[in-house]
Design a protein around this ligand. Structure first.
Ligand code: FES
Ligand SMILES: [Fe+2]
Length: 457
């Protein structure tokens, strides 16, 4: 597991090197008459070591408090539970790849639903695209280009230049347009129309049949969303703007990123699958993201009950109300009772609201299909800034949430999508959920490619 505080992997190492150098320099200043040979440094003893350790601890605590968390899990990291026998990363990666490929081969003949539903999906986190920046965007089976105009608006267009096929993601933002790097045709970010062909005298009107597709964009809650519809229909709904994120009352405290090798429909199905809660999420998060029962945590259990309900007016939404509590030593029940509301908005957006005595916040889950059986999942957490210990509580909550999510990822990475599952009466909400989800497919929704490509890691 790779948990990174700060922006890059190298940051913790850099931190330790800087602190060691700083400690040496301070010791040199404080004890000018000491010649700091290696042997003498070792003999400085606890009087030097203790304050240094205290400084380091204080610094680490400040970093944990003030730097947003960045938890990134590589695609090889959450394989089938039983393949964790080896600690060797390369072997684990190979085992995961082989396993996912086997699942894909099994799925070849399955009657799978279309992989790209009609809905809003997260294209990119807002902070990753500054004015004037251009990025490639390979999602939903398309190669797109995303850029931010000088005025700050995010735009998404088809990424292949219709002139001679250059990659517009290598282009340059010019005001509201993007300019192709090959012959400098300029395309309007909002409409996709050709604004200029610098070496041609043809008038603009005669060039409009060369326009590229412009994708609807909606920016909210720190993310740029893109609308996908197989029939080319305009958006019939929008992601909700969270009032406390928009007003600044909630502060960004961290994010996580995972790759899931499953059909997108399998992910929200979790919210309608009550029976898995006790089995997969009964162990508390300190027990890790696998299913192993560790002796030292058996004395405490996480209890879950949930109800599932489609939204009465907005048919693209459903709500799962989860009630959680703890049982300790099999004697003390219903400890620290807490209610959580999970709002599913379309196939790819989830908002989990926390309202507890220790503060309130929201976890946002954003699932984007990047391949037929491959989802990029980003979680972000925002917490009420008026609580002094808010950032610490937010990070603790986030770690618990993400660890529980990773147990689901292990299931998704190794399960088949069954079009006709064997369900008992208690699984009735799964059928309701599948009917709910069918609204996001339409006549021209692309069928899955066959054979499903094997996974290259
Ligand atoms: S290929 Fe884009 S302008 Fe020629
Ligand atoms: Fe789950």
């Amino acid at each position: 597991m790779q948990t990174v505080m700060g922006s890059t992997m190298a940051a913790p190492l850099r931190e330790w090197v800087c602190w060691t150098l700083l400690a040496l320099a301070s010791a040199r200043l404080l004890l000018p008459d000491v010649t700091l040979s290696a042997e003498q440094l070792l003999t400085l003893g606890w009087r030097t070591a203790l304050p240094l350790a205290a400084c380091l601890l204080l610094y680490k605590a400040l970093v944990i408090y003030s730097v947003p968390m960045n938890h990134v899990m590589g695609p090889h990291s959450l394989g089938p539970v039983r393949d964790e026998s080896t600690k060797n990363l390369w072997n684990r990666q190979r085992a995961t790849k082989n396993h996912v490929n086997q699942v894909r081969q099994r799925q070849k003949n399955a009657r799978m639903p279309p992989p790209y539903p009609n809905a809003w999906f997260m294209a990119m986190e807002s902070r990753d695209l500054r004015p004037g920046e251009v990025r490639p965007l390979d999602i939903l089976g398309y190669h797109l280009v995303i850029f931010r105009t000088k005025a700050g608006e995010a735009r998404i267009l088809d990424g292949i230049c219709p002139h001679l096929g250059a990659d517009l993601a290598m282009g340059v933002v010019k005001g509201e347009d993007i300019e192709c790097p090959f012959h400098k045709w300029a395309f309007n970010g909002l409409t996709g129309e050709v604004e200029c062909v610098p070496y041609s005298k043809q008038n603009k009107g005669s060039l409009q049949h060369f326009a590229v597709d412009a994708w609807p964009v909606f920016e909210a809650n720190g993310a740029i969303h893109v609308w996908h519809h197989a029939e080319g229909e305009p958006p019939s709904w929008h992601p909700p703007i969270h009032p406390h994120i928009a007003s600044g009352r909630y502060k960004f405290c961290g994010r996580s990123e995972h790759t899931v090798f499953a059909h997108i429909q399998d992910l929200p199905e979790n919210g309608a699958d009550n029976a898995h809660l006790a089995v997969l999420h009964g162990k508390i998060f300190t027990d890790g993201n696998d299913l192993e029962e560790r002796l030292r945590w058996r004395w405490i259990r996480h209890n879950w009950t949930a109800t599932w309900e489609a939204h009465p007016e907005q048919k693209h939404r459903f709500t799962t109300r989860i009630s959680t509590s703890f049982t300790v030593l099999n004697m003390f029940h219903d400890l620290y009772h807490n209610d959580v509301v999970v709002e599913q908005v379309g196939p790819g957006l989830v908002y989990i609201e926390f309202n507890a005595p220790f503060g309130s916040g929201v976890v946002q889950q954003m699932v984007t299909p990047v391949g037929d059986l491959c989802q990029r999942v980003v979680h972000t957490i925002y917490w009420d800034r008026s609580y002094g210990l808010g950032p610490l509580i937010a990070k603790f909550t986030f770690l618990a949430e993400v660890t529980q999510f990773e147990r689901d990822v292990r299931m998704w990475n190794s399960k088949d999508h069954l079009p006709l599952p064997a369900l008992v009466r208690e699984d009735a909400t799964i059928l309701k959920y599948r009917r709910w989800f069918s609204q996001f497919y339409s006549e021209n929704s692309r069928r899955p490619l066959r054979p499903v490509d094997s996974l290259e890691l």
